[in-house]
Design a binder for this molecule. Sequence first.
Ligand code: PLP
Length: 457
Amino acid sequence: MLKNDPLEQWDRENFLHPSTHLADFARGNVAQRIVTGGEGSHIVDRNGNRFLDGFAGLYCVNVGYGRQEIAEAIAAQARELSYYHAYVGHGTEASVTLAKMIMDRAPDHMSKVYFGLGGSDANETNVKLVWYMNNILGRPEKKKIISRKRGYHGSGLMTGSLTGLPMWHKHFDLPLPQVLHTEAPYYYQRPREAMTEREFTAYLVSELEQMIEREGAETIAAFWAEPVLGTGGIIMPPEGYWPAIQEVLEKHDILLVADEVVTGFGRLGTMFGSEHYGMKPDLMTIAKGLTSAYAPLSGSIVSEKVWKVLEEAADLTGALGHGWTYSAHPIGAAAGVANLRLIDELDLVGNAGRVGAYLKTRMTEALGDYPNVGEVRGEGMLCAVELTADRSTRAAPDPADKVTAKVVGHMMQNGVIARAMPHAEVVGFAPPFCLTEAEADELVEKTAAAVRAVFGG
Ligand code: PLP
């Protein structure tokens, strides 16, 4: 670790950070944190501060920090073969092995995996496959994609369009015209107080059906969704949502794309979110948990139904005109193999389910009745504390008060990281799967203390 250099100054002068208020950062008004180490569920910064990371980086360091097995696998791969491409039938032992491991874990009706680098580009690949498929099937007008308000699918041109959050569109000339956004399954913000979850689901289904009718089913190719909304506010679907939505999609011959970038490889206590909610996607997007972020790697998993069309297309049109230099990069693949082995060996999917349930129970006990908490919700190793100005009306706090940022800031000062979800007044948790009950207790205690410090009482 460097000590005698002006790293903080270099950071402000040279580094254009993603998702950051650039001017404030350059002026020194946004705190900077240079992270230097990590072990288990903790990270350490350059000033020697240690934090319990309740968000696993960006819900990605699922096996926890400092896993030597993965580091060794990466080093061994780099020494043996640092790179070879995957074009025209090439592969490496690591990439072929990882493809087999992924398909062994994916739902039975899935067939093949294409490798990319991050969640955004994997979603981009899936959009192209959907369009390609419909061109091959002779229905070139069936191209529109329905995603959801509050959905997050990345920040590329097409994937930023799929994302249903204004901040990702504003001043970027997005969304592109092929994308439509239907209502978010956000029961907490239901349109009428008296609605049951089932009634809310019926409302969402009717909104979707009206959109399909307005646009014409013959123009709509796919429905894009995370099994649980992540960046939009950590929002679980209301009762009966997925079966009812899938019925509509099947009726209109619209593909289902499950964006499992957050939920894939165990976050809900099941290998995939699709399994958790009984979804039968035609395509799946995977990233983060595939390598636990030890190296960049993502994937697009195609079902047998989609694969059959691609296979037939090849005999008509020749080689697939799609690929990146770094598709199936051997270092990412080696990290993926070691990561999935570790998840199995330590039963980390089971632990995500068990300790996640414990975290939600404890958080509910600590804050469920607090006057400024509208709801505590969770599924597997995802948990959310929704803040409110008035519990009886669930009114949102005044944004000018920045209460969520204050709560999270207070927690940070006490050595715990949660995420002030950027598009809701929600304190979000997505800890590593190796979280212990004692660490879950610490998250809860420090959250409760921060909420009390900010709201009083
Ligand atoms: N899809 C989902 C559900 C995500 O949460 C994210 C990132 O948080 C992405 C896609 C985009 O992934 P990336 O940031 O690796 O491009």
